[in-house]
Design a protein around this ligand. Structure first.
Ligand code: UD1
Length: 327
């Protein structure tokens, strides 16, 4: 049976993949440096995985992590456009140096395949819609450049060293366990948390920018399929992973408000630096080569996500009440 390595295993997407692999009875090595990942994301399965606390920037640690592994899901990264603008060096080190270290370690260890978390940000603003993988990239932010460099490195390691590589360009993934409380959090988690706390979210710009928001379970499916699809169909390639449906931020705000019963109108602020206007994927390549078929649509994804944050919110309130009573 294959041994899997998941990097960024305690993060949002990495933890979903780790849980899915454990459910399937696979042998999983889970790596995280816990800079943004949380141990609680691996609750319930920590006894069933080989958990390694190590940083992608540490080449020796990557060599150890790759020993005996056949398939890697490389999710570890600092995944934020604004963070990459605020602190490009730290972001570069995690996203480019980290990916390079992992590829080098994987090559030396004879790993068979690496499935990589690439980003829709690679398209930038220039491409016609929907965006297809054959279009020339136009990255704008340092984050977009870093994720694209990772794709290029993967392709090179396939062409030159025969390491099977598959890059999945994620389009704004959302769902339970996405961190809601950092200034760099994804918009969905941030808005849900703010609405639950009765704070007022701020839409950057006029809210008419759109995203092909994709529920996490679709991404898990894409990764599992990318790990086992025949090499002749997928190795060295890049695939869009999305729902193939754009939604504006205004529309998203109003849908969330409706589901949550939140009454306040949005506040608007200046547009965010490095922001993309529209992001909308053609997913036919992934359908054809991976057999990818998104099963949870946007609205159902929003409902599931809101339900999860509501539960967490209620748990937190109960704990606070208990603490008040005992104080
Ligand atoms: C980008 C990438 C995505 C990647 C992600 C990593 C694109 C098209 N997408 O997402 O593939 O996974 O980075 O972080 O480049 N917003 C607000 N108010 C807020 C927060 C955000 O209005 O408080 C807006 C942003 O300006 C943006 C949209 O919401 O227009 C989505 O932002 P965010 O969730 O940060 O993701 P992207 O930067 O689009």
């Amino acid at each position: 049976m294959a041994v899997y390595l998941v990097t960024g295993a305690a993060g949002f997407i990495g933890s979903w993949l780790t849980h899915a692999l454990v459910e399937r009875g696979e042998t999983v090595r889970a790596l995280d440096n816990f800079s943004t990942g949380r141990r609680e994301n691996l609750a319930g399965i920590s006894g069933k995985i080989d958990l390694i606390g190590a940083d992608l920037r540490n080449a020796d640690a990557m060599s150890k992590a790759c020993a005996g592994v056949q398939i890697i899901f490389h999710q570890g990264a600092l995944p934020s456009v604004p963070l990459s603008i605020q602190d490009p060096r730290t972001s570069h080190a995690a996203n480019i140096d980290g990916t390079f270290n992992l590829l080098e370690a994987a090559r030396a260890a004879g790993v068979q395949r690496i499935v990589y978390a690439a980003s829709s940000s690679a398209y930038g603003n220039k491409n016609p819609l929907p965006q297809q993988e054959s279009m020339p990239p136009g990255p704008i932010s340092p984050y977009a450049v870093q994720k694209l460099v990772g794709e290029l490195y993967l392709r090179s390691y396939w062409e030159i060293f025969g390491l099977e590589t598959v890059a999945l360009r994620y389009f704004n993934i959302f769902g339970p366990r996405q961190a809601p409380d950092s200034p760099y959090s994804g918009v969905m988690a941030k808005f849900i948390r703010m609405m639950l706390d009765n704070d007022q979210p701020v839409i950057f710009g006029d809210g008419e920018q759109s995203r092909d928001f994709t529920y996490i379970e679709n991404v898990v499916q894409a990764n599992l399929k990318a790990a086992t699809a025949p090499a002749e169909k997928v190795a060295g390639r890049v695939f869009n992973i999305a729902c193939g449906e754009p939604h504006t931020l205004n529309e998203t705000y109003h849908l969330l408000a409706e589901i949550l019963g939140y009454k306040n109108p949005p506040q608007y602020g200046p547009p965010r630096e490095g922001d993309i206007q529209h992001s909308y994927a053609d997913i036919s390549a992934a359908r054809e080569a991976l057999g990818y078929d998104p099963t949870v649509d946007f609205v159902e994804g929003l409902r599931r996500t809101v339900a999860w944050y509501q539960e967490k919110h209620q748990e937190k309130q109960k704990e606070m009440k208990k603490a008040e009573v005992s104080a």
